[in-house]
Design a protein around this ligand. Structure first.
Ligand SMILES: [Ca+2]
Ligand SMILES: [Ca+2]
Length: 229
């Protein structure tokens, strides 16, 4: 019937209409047959979930614990380091000199299942394969080797249970300022650390392995953001 309908260009509109209507109704019935099982199954699932106790006592949205960029010289709760602007183009940041460390202890809200701290790590001027070390509580979570010739900061992330570290290069291979010698290339890397089950407090530590003064080489921290979720 359908092939006849397709090949025959003449004929009464009512006949075509009947054929088309029959096809559409047929399609509707076929669709119902395919879909109804799934809908019944889904409604069964919804019923099952509704009859279970799914109400959590601690609904927890992502909350901002801290957001700071050291503007105005404010170091917040960071212990160690100096707020200054050794590279004018990058503005104020927390700067570590030779073998200097800094730490930040953050209160994490009750009910958070993870916390994430993100910050820019700046390798300024004549890094010559010295190492920066980043730790969370007592675990070393990342190390970074700086090199001024390449203008790179190369990260190594050890496997630590319950901790994820990601790094994104924001600037490399370029002299951004600082020491007058323009051959001393600088680097900026966004570091993001997520800690599962952080507990009440989360401690972050950063150690600069540089060997000479801030005028010659330094490690910087900037644009700090901490969230709990
Ligand atoms: Ca800043
Ligand atoms: Ca530089």
């Amino acid at each position: 019937m359908l092939s006849h309908f397709l090949s025959d260009e003449s004929g009464a509109v009512t006949v075509d209409w009947t054929v088309m209507t029959a096809s559409i109704v047929g399609l509707g019935i076929a669709t119902y047959g395919v879909v109804s099982g799934g809908i019944q199954n889904l409604s069964g699932d919804v019923d099952t979930h509704l009859s279970q106790d799914l109400i959590s006592t601690s609904f927890f949205d992502t909350v901002s614990v801290l957001a700071m960029d050291f503007t105005g010289g404010d170091a917040g709760d960071w212990q160690g380091g100096t707020v200054m602007a050794p590279i004018a183009a990058l503005g104020e940041m927390l700067v570590l000199g030779p073998q200097e460390s800094t730490s930040l202890s953050m209160d994490i809200p009750d009910g958070a299942t993870s916390a994430t701290i993100s910050f820019d790590l700046i390798g300024g001027d004549s890094w010559d394969d010295e190492v920066a070390t980043i730790s969370s509580d007592s675990d070393v979570v990342a190390t970074a080797v700086g090199n001024w010739r390449a203008g790179t900061m190369t990260f190594t992330v050890p496997d630590v249970d319950g901790i994820e570290v990601s790094t994104t290069v924001i600037s490399s291979g370029t002299d951004l300022g600082g020491h007058p010698y323009t051959g001393f290339k600088d680097t900026v890397t966004r570091v993001s650390i997520t800690v599962d089950n952080p507990g009440d407090t989360l401690d972050l530590g950063v150690l600069s392995g540089t060997g000479s003064g801030i005028y010659d080489e330094f490690l910087g921290i900037d644009n700090v953001s901490v969230t709990a979720q």
